[in-house]
Design a binder for this molecule. Structure first.
Ligand code: CA
Length: 237
């Protein structure tokens, strides 16, 4: 028997909670919901859902504290539901251990895509490393990690070492937002200057090389004030 994916929604806004629950149920998920932080934590520890959708602004608790408390004992995927123009909160949630966020208002497709991505990354962490080095491909962009070969529409793209590091890290986490600070740390090391300028310069060069129209990127999107997100690998089952 195939186990249904069980999702816990912690959200005090009933209309949003109902919308998400309806979407999830029609995608054959099992749904639990909580309207407060305390209730959410109780269900979390007693029912052990596969994934949590978490609103940060709850009546009794700060959602960030729920992430911190959960991360003390679990690595289950947490997707934060956030309002527009709260970049600092989004970054704080990701730093506290959230896997991703989705910005209100969002549609059903976006919600399900975020959930699929978070589950895929969580399964990878659980030990499924068999396919972790297989090539990335989306919309004519392919990356062969073994050969360190990047191609767009069959044409080889020459990237510098740093540019390749940035692109491959985004591709290996495709579909997921990667914060500026974690990219800088991965590429330049933990003692790197936390200044985004050099990252932005590299990204401008990457886009000039990869994108047909760098001002309207198809492959790497900017999440303003937070980081970058690469279009999801098309070979994801
Ligand atoms: Ca709220």
């Amino acid at each position: 028997m195939v186990q249904k994916l069980s999702v816990l929604i912690i959200e005090d806004e009933k209309s949003i909670c109902d919308f998400m629950a309806k979407t999830l149920v029609s995608s054959d998920c099992k749904v639990m919901s909580a309207g407060s932080g305390k209730e959410g934590l109780t269900i979390l520890t007693s029912s052990l859902p596969d994934l949590v959708l978490l609103d940060l602004g709850l009546p009794d608790m700060d959602g960030i504290d729920i992430i911190k408390q959960t991360r003390e004992w679990s690595s289950l995927p947490i997707i934060v539901i956030s309002a527009r123009a709260q970049e600092k909160e989004k970054v704080a949630a990701l730093d506290a251990g959230a896997d991703d966020y989705i910005t209100k208002p969002f549609g059903t497709d976006e919600l399900m895509a975020r959930i699929r991505t978070a589950m895929r990354h969580s399964n990878k962490i659980m030990g499924d490393h068999i396919n972790s080095n297989r090539p990335y491909s989306a919309k004519g962009l392919t990356i062969d990690f073994d050969k360190r070969l990047v191609m767009v529409d069959g044409k080889e793209i020459h990237l510098t070492r740093v540019e390749y590091k940035i692109v491959s890290m985004l591709a290996q986490n495709s579909g997921k937002v990667i914060t500026y600070s974690s990219l800088i740390e991965q590429v330049w090391g933990p003692y790197a200057d936390d200044n985004n300028r050099i990252l932005r310069v590299n990204m401008a060069n990457i886009r000039r090389k990869l994108e047909k129209s760098p001002g309207e990127p198809e492959y790497i999107f900017t999440e303003l004030g937070v980081g970058y997100r690469m279009i999801e690998d098309e070979n994801i089952e």
